[in-house]
Ligand binder design. Structure first.
Ligand SMILES: [Fe+2]
Length: 359
């Protein structure tokens, strides 16, 4: 498949690189647009990191709660309106946080220059104009959101990304030190997002040598981190997972996610389940499609004594299940990659229902 994708323009990596953020962004401040907007996970409010944010006079800082549901189109529209009312068009946006903050920053950058509601732009290449300068500073590793060309949003009708060349960050700052305080369960679930990206990217019809090379390296790192001799949440593994996440994301640029992500989007859309854990709930039941990957995943779960929720479907109503089926069957690109162009003959509504009922 022909693709001509844009990469992150600049990438700073290494311990302590966060302290260079001021220097990096200041050159983007202009006379007409001197101010930056910092979008920060509210987990960091009052913490040491807050004091290190290179705020200048007139800059705007928004602390965003990201512990509940995933980013919504309405949330982006409101944030855009608030920024425009305060600063007009800012010099840039800096997102500091996990996958949700990365997606919120990418989407807001685009919505500051594209008129109307973000619901209009959920899909591929629907955005008309480039966004404002935007920087991603991930504080948890695994989602690949720092490198992807998608800003995933849940709207009134669907969970689907704003996907185009301009979504991609102009700059990312990868400082493994920032991920040190991630709670263990989140560390595991989000790390598994990376692992699953690689398995799905490399098991399907769109993979090529480019996606495999990044995928294999990312998987090697994941195996070290989650099953190796020095497995666990250590400073060395924080460095490895940050690179694994980036490479897992790059692997996907020439490939696609597959069955697990397609099903997990349904779960997140209907119940608001967060992406990492939703993937773990789904992947746990997908031996049929990814036998080796799921076996290894279960070893990692056991080794780290993590609880993956099961028997959830006992409490689901028919209506909820139908909505999940609608959501997942809409993700043609994922099924197409996972199962081939005749996927509609393989993945019927009944088959999807059966898969969800295993969870
Ligand atoms: Fe993912």
């Amino acid at each position: 498949m022909f693709k001509n994708f844009r990469s992150v323009e600049k990438c700073a990596y290494g311990r302590g690189s966060f302290d260079k953020l001021g220097e990096i962004i200041d050159v983007k401040r202009t006379k007409d647009a001197p101010n930056m907007v910092f979008l920060v996970d509210d987990y960091f409010k009052g913490k040491e990191l807050e004091k290190r944010i290179p705020l200048q006079k007139g800059d705007m800082i928004e602390f965003i709660y990201a512990g509940g549901e995933e980013p919504k189109t309405s949330q982006i529209d409101e944030l855009r309106d608030r920024i425009q009312a305060t600063l007009g068009t800012p010099a840039g946006l800096v997102g500091i946080g996990g996958g949700s903050l990365m997606d919120i920053t990418k989407a807001t950058s685009l919505m500051l220059t594209n008129e109307g509601s973000s619901t209009k732009y959920q899909g591929l290449n629907l955005i008309q104009k480039s966004g404002v300068y935007h920087v991603g500073v991930p504080t948890i590793s695994g989602t690949g959101a720092e490198v992807s060309m998608t800003a995933v949003l849940t709207g009134p009708e669907k969970k689907l990304g704003l996907k185009c060349d301009w979504t991609v960050f102009d700059q990312i700052v990868l400082d493994p030190e920032l991920t040190e305080s991630v709670p263990r369960n989140h560390w595991f679930y989000t790390g598994m997002d990376c692992y699953i990206h690689c398995i799905e990217s490399m098991t399907g019809h769109l993979k090529n040598t480019f996606s495999e090379a990044y995928g294999y390296k990312s998987l090697d790192l994941c195996r070290d981190i989650f099953l190796g001799e020095n497995s666990g949440q250590t400073p060395e593994n924080d460095e490895k997972l940050m690179v694994a996440s980036y490479m897992g994301g790059l692997s996907l640029t020439y490939s696609e996610v597959g069955v697990c992500h397609a099903l997990s989007y349904g779960l997140s859309y209907v119940f608001g389940t967060r992406h990492g854990i939703a993937n773990c709930i789904c992947f746990n039941q997908l031996e049929e499609y990814y036998p080796e990957g799921v076996t290894e995943f279960k070893e990692m779960v056991k080794y780290h004594k993590i609880d993956i929720p099961v028997n959830l479907s006992n409490d689901w109503t028919d209506d909820e299940i139908e909505r999940m089926i609608d959501t997942t069957l809409n993700l043609h690109h994922m099924w197409n990659h996972a199962l081939g162009t005749d996927w509609k003959n393989i993945i019927t509504r009944e088959k999807v229902r059966e898969l969800y009922m295993r969870m």
